[in-house]
Design a protein around this ligand. Structure first.
Ligand code: ADP
Length: 359
């Protein structure tokens, strides 16, 4: 049985603000799910409905076979992990971790056993008598985790837990979270707007936009086979380059370039002859050979690769990521092409709806 079933979940705030539309997801036991999307897409609202901090307008939430839709948070067997500033400054680390169990009036021996077990997992045993301000940011984050672990919840919920940390600490905390997930085999629902966190942490990503799920899948699936233009440009950094053009006699054609399609692409696009579609190419899939002209506007060497910004045919801005150290000058003109295995085609977006992938 999946650990969490979320069925047709919807949230309508006062004033008929529809924040979440028909959200469906089965989370398996031990799975690390990351909800990702831009600010305002409804990911926190979804998490808060699972936590019980926000009423569920429509739909059902089943946790381990039990319908929790209308249950108060304390009866849902979940733990929400807050950011490090939620620690009590006047309490020791031990007292912070023991806090929820003390509230529940657990026996002292039980509390001690649980806190020590969590401290062992989190490598905090030598810190238990200190106060939060004596700990590093990373250690404080682990204490916040410890407070959840001692409660042995069915599901851990994280709302942007790393967003207040600097870039270096975020990187190390990501690695810690991966190790911790392996150790605990915990079921985790994690919200972030950061696609890097989603790609590195998730077993499966749920990518959202404007209250709707856009795609659910393994990180590699969202990266290699984005379901639509929204996912294509949201996942991956720098974002995928997009070109509008028409399918004409075996070519993708626009005013900037004419690109011959291979047999596989012709087959996929056979119903689109004469129609306008979108070609998507990730910066890392632009090649340094081909027939497309690029006027260089910027050359950023990053050590192991170079980000080259330029204008296709002197008009359309794109970014290329070349695996070599390049030394282009502003104004240089080069020829580029696209890795044929990694060219993505989409229908045109309609209104608010992103363009569907053509496969
Ligand atoms: P995210 O976490 O993806 O940034 P939220 O779930 O916080 O997005 O918000 C989704 C949408 O719901 C936004 O349009 C936001 O303005 C709206 N919203 C969030 N909370 C409330 C509220 N308490 N009342 C009315 N609208 C809200």
């Amino acid at each position: 049985m999946p650990e969490v079933n979320i069925q047709h979940l919807e949230k309508v705030y006062d004033g008929n603000v529809k924040a979440v539309h028909d959200f469906n997801l089965d989370i398996k036991d031990g799975e690390f799910i990351v909800l990702v999307g831009p600010s305002g897409c409804g990911k926190s609202t979804t998490l808060r409905m699972v936590a019980g901090l926000e009423d569920i307008t429509n739909g059902d939430l089943i946790i381990d076979g039990k319908n929790c839709t209308r249950l108060p948070p304390k009866d849902r067997d979940i733990a929400m992990v807050f950011q490090n500033y939620a620690l009590y400054g006047h309490m020791t680390i031990y007292e912070n971790m023991a806090f929820s169990l003390t509230l529940r009036k657990e026996k002292k021996e039980v509390i001690h056993r649980k806190v020590m077990a969590a401290a062992e997992i989190l490598d905090l045993k030598s810190q238990l008598n200190k106060k939060p301000k004596q700990l590093s940011g990373g250690q404080r984050q682990r204490v916040a985790m410890g407070r959840a672990i001692v409660r042995n919840p069915k599901v851990f919920l994280f709302d942007e837990p790393l967003s207040n940390l600097d870039a270096k600490l975020r990187g190390s905390m990501r690695r810690e979270l991966i190790l911790l997930h392996q150790k605990l085999n915990a079921t985790i629902m994690y919200v972030t707007h950061d696609q890097t966190e989603a790609l590195t942490l998730a077993d499966r990503i749920v990518c959202m936009s404007m209250g709707h799920i856009q795609q659910i899948g393994k990180p590699i699936e969202l990266y290699e086979q984005p379901a639509n233009t929204f996912v294509a440009t949201f996942i991956g950094l720098p974002p995928m380059n997009m070109f509008e053009g028409t399918i004409e006699k075996g070519n993708f054609k626009n005013e900037l370039f004419t690109y011959p399609l291979n047999d596989k692409q012709k087959q996929i696009l056979k119903d689109y002859e004469g129609k306008t579609v979108i070609l998507g190419v990730r910066p890392e899939n632009v090649t340094r050979t081909g027939n497309v002209s690029l006027h260089i506007t910027n050359n950023e060497n990053l050590g192991m690769n170079t980000l080259v910004h330029g204008k296709v045919a002197g008009v359309k801005n794109i970014v290329c990521k070349f695996a070599e150290w390049c030394n282009y000058n502003i104004g240089d003109e080069i020829k580029i092409g696209f890795d044929e295995e990694m060219m993505h085609f989409f229908e045109l977006p309609e209104g608010d709806m992103p363009g569907k992938a053509i496969r």
